[in-house]
Design a protein around this ligand. Structure first.
Ligand code: UD1
Length: 417
C-alpha cells in the first residue's frame, strides 16, 4: 500500500491548475446510459472513482475509450439491469445508475451502496422519488430492485435536499411521461452541470441549481459533448493550503463563484483572496484569526471542506468551533490531527478547537477522502516528518495531489510499500 511522506513547515508558492470536478463527472458519465448514441466528456479527472465508474459502465454495456482527460463512450450491446455488490461497494455514487436504467429498461437491481465511512448515508429519498414516479421497490438480500412499465412524471417534495437523490431523480425523469417537479432539490453546482449535459442530449430541464427543478420528459435522448466544471472542493483545499503554510498560491481553471462560502471564511480569517476571471489568488498576509464554521447545503460551507478547515483552525491562535450538520459521523480526522498536536474536543456534532502554535509530524492514517486532504494539509504545516498511510482514499478524489503540492514547493513524496 502506498504512503505519503511529508517534511513540513514550508511555505507553498506558485500556480496550480484545478482539475475537473469528480462529483460532476460521475453523474454525467452515468447519463450516457440514457442513450445509444456516442458521448464525449472533457476535463474528466484521472481518479480511482472515475476508474470505478468507467469499469461499471463497461460492465453494464458501454465501450469506453479514455485519452488524458477526455472520455469517449459508445454502446456495446444490450444494457444489463444489474449493479452487483463488488462494483457498488467501492463507491456510493454507483446508486445513480438506478435512475437511467429504470427509465430505459423498466427494471434494475442495484446492490445497496458502500463508499466513504462517514455515517449511515441512507437512500430513502432516492427510493421515495422512484416510488412517486410510479416504480415498485423491493429490498432483497442487500439489493434494491426497482421496476416500472413507464415512469410517469410527478411532483416530488424532498424531505432534505440530497445531492445524489436530485441527480438520480433527474436521470430517471428525463425519459418519464409528462412533467416532474422536484421541490427542495439540492442547489450544488454539480446539479446544474448535470442538467446542462442532459439538456445537451435533448432533455428538457429547467431550474437546476435552484430548489425547484422542472423536468419535462422526452421520448428519446441523443449523445452529449460536454466539459466538466472545475472541482470546487479541490479549489478550496488548495486555498486552505496557501493559508495553512503561510504561502501564496494562484489557482487556475476555477469557478470562483462556486467557492464563495470558503472564500468568505478565509477572508474573515485574514487571508487575502482575489479572483480574476477563472483565477483565484490566495495569499497569507498576517497571523490568522479563528473563524467558526457550520457545514450546510450549497451555498453554505461544504461538508467536503470541513476537515480541511479544522486542520487550518488547529493552527490558528484562539478558539473556534466546527459544526457538522450534513453527515452525522464525519470527525474521523480528529484523532489523527490530535496525534500531530492539535487541541480538539468533540461534542456531539461540534468540535471545539483551541489553536496551537505548531504541530509536529507523526505517522497518521486516512479514514476517508476529505479527512485525507486535511491530514496532508496538516502534514504540510507541521514541523518534521509526517507519514500518511491508507492514501487510497485520497486517490479516489484528488488528481496527482502530491505532484501538485511538490510543484508548489512542498517536500512531499509517495512511497510504494
Ligand atoms: C454528495 C457528494 C459528497 C458530498 C455530499 C454533500 C457525490 C458523488 N458526493 O454525496 O461528496 O459530501 O453530496 O454535499 O456527489 N440522505 C438521506 N437519505 C437519502 C440521501 C441522503 O438521509 O436518500 C442524507 C445523507 O445521509 C447525508 C445527507 O443526506 O446525511 C446528504 O447526503 P447527499 O446530499 O445525498 O450526499 P451524496 O449525494 O451522497
Amino acid at each position: 500500500m502506498d504512503k505519503i511522506i511529508i517534511h513540513g513547515a514550508r511555505r507553498l508558492k506558485g500556480r496550480v491548475k484545478v482539475s475537473g470536478s469528480k462529483n460532476a463527472a460521475l453523474p454525467i458519465l452515468v447519463a450516457s446510459l440514457l442513450t445509444d448514441e456516442e458521448c464525449r466528456l472533457e476535463n474528466v479527472p484521472e481518479l480511482a472513482d472515475i476508474d470505478t465508474t468507467i469499469g461499471f459502465l463497461k460492465y453494464i454495456g458501454k465501450k469506453i475509450a479514455r485519452k488524458g482527460h477526455s472520455v469517449h463512450i459508445a454502446p456495446d450491446g444490450h444494457l444489463k439491469p444489474t449493479a452487483p455488490y463488488e462494483l457498488v461497494r467501492k463507491m456510493r455514487a454507483s446508486i445513480l445508475v438506478t435512475g437511467p436504467l429504470l427509465a430505459r429498461l423498466g427494471y434494475v437491481r442495484v446492490s445497496l451502496p458502500g463508499g466513504c465511512a462517514i455515517g449511515a448515508r441512507p437512500i430513502d429519498i432516492h427510493l421515495d422519488a422512484f416510488d412517486k414516479l410510479g416504480a415498485k421497490i423491493q429490498i432483497k438480500g442487500g439489493y434494491v430492485e426497482t421496476r416500472s412499465r413507464k415512469l410517469v412524471g410527478n411532483r416530488i417534495h424532498f424531505r432534505y435536499p440530497s445531492v445524489g437523490a436530485t441527480e438520480n431523480t433527474m436521470l430517471a425523469a428525463v425519459l418519464a411521461r409528462g412533467r416532474t417537479i422536484i421541490e427542495n432539490a439540492a442547489l450544488e453546482p454539480e446539479i446544474a452541470d448535470l442538467a446542462d449535459a442532459l439538456n445537451g442530449m435533448g432533455a428538457d430541464i429547467s431550474g437546476a441549481g435552484t430548489d425547484t427543478v422542472t423536468i419535462d420528459g422526452v421520448e428519446k435522448l441523443g449523445g452529449f459533448n460536454h466539459r466538466v466544471i472545475p472541482d470546487r472542493i479541490e479549489t478550496a483545499t488548495f486555498m486552505i493550503a496557501a493559508a495553512i503554510t503561510r504561502g501564496s498560491i494562484v489557482l487556475e481553471n476555477t469557478r470562483p463563484a462556486h467557492v464563495g462560502a470558503v472564500c468568505e471564511k478565509l477572508m474573515k480569517a485574514g487571508i487575502s483572496v482575489k479572483s480574476q476571471g477563472t483565477k483565484i489568488i490566495c495569499k497569507w498576509v498576517k497571523n490568522l484569526k479563528p473563524v467558526s464554521i457550520r457545514t450546510g447545503v450549497y451555498p453554505g460551507f461544504p461538508t467536503d471542506v470541513q476537515a480541511q478547515w479544522m486542520a487550518l483552525m488547529a493552527l490558528t491562535q484562539g478558539r473556534s468551533s466546527i459544526g457538522e450538520d450534513v453527515f452525522e459521523n464525519r470527525f474521523m480526522h480528529v484523532s489523527e490531527l490530535q496525534r500531530l498536536g492539535a487541541d480538539l474536543k468533540v461534542r456531539g456534532n461540534r468540535v471545539a478547537v483551541k489553536g496551537v502554535e505548531s504541530m509536529t509530524g507523526a505517522p497518521i492514517m486516512v479514514s476517508d477522502l476529505r479527512a485525507g486532504a486535511a491530514l496532508v494539509l496538516a502534514g504540510l504545516a507541521a514541523k518534521g516528518r509526517t507519514e500518511i498511510s491508507r492514501i487510497y482514499h485520497l486517490d479516489r478524489g484528488y488528481e496527482h495531489l502530491e505532484k501538485k503540492f511538490k510543484k508548489l514547493g512542498a517536500n512531499i513524496k509517495r512511497i510504494h510499500c
